[in-house]
Design a protein. Structure first.
Length: 122
């Protein structure tokens, strides 16, 4: 059994890490009620400091077998659909751009000189 626990402060983390350490007092005084207090689901807990959660993929921790392959298939189908949709949108816009360019072709004007403004003297 495995659990990832996040503490709000370092004090809580340190308390949990020191919880499973046995002291000299615990070794001399093995009382069944004391052991029962330390048990979680009939097992004595062992706390270890985990690595930083940046390298743990939480969503895929417990996904195995058919569920994993169903998710991969769904992601592949959705990605393919989005890619095809983007292709169709770009293709449609480019086609309409080509049709509009053919409808109104550009005209090349040669020897065009802008009109000059002459100053008028009074």
């Amino acid at each position: 059994m495995c659990a990832f626990i996040t503490f709000e402060s370092d004090d809580g983390k340190n308390e949990a890490l020191s919880f499973c350490k046995q002291t000299l007092f615990d070794n001399k005084r093995k009382v069944s009620s004391h052991l029962a207090e330390r048990m979680i689901m009939n097992q004595e807990p062992v706390f270890e400091q985990a690595t930083e959660p940046s390298n743990i993929i939480w969503e895929n921790r417990y996904i195995v077998g058919a569920n994993y392959y169903a998710r991969v298939t769904a992601i592949t189908l959705i990605s393919g659909f989005m890619l095809a949709l983007a292709f169709l949108i770009i293709f449609t816009f480019k086609k309409s751009q080509i049709e509009l360019a053919a409808k109104w072709p550009s005209i090349e004007v040669k020897n065009f000189e802008p009109p000059t403004i002459s100053a008028v003297k009074l």
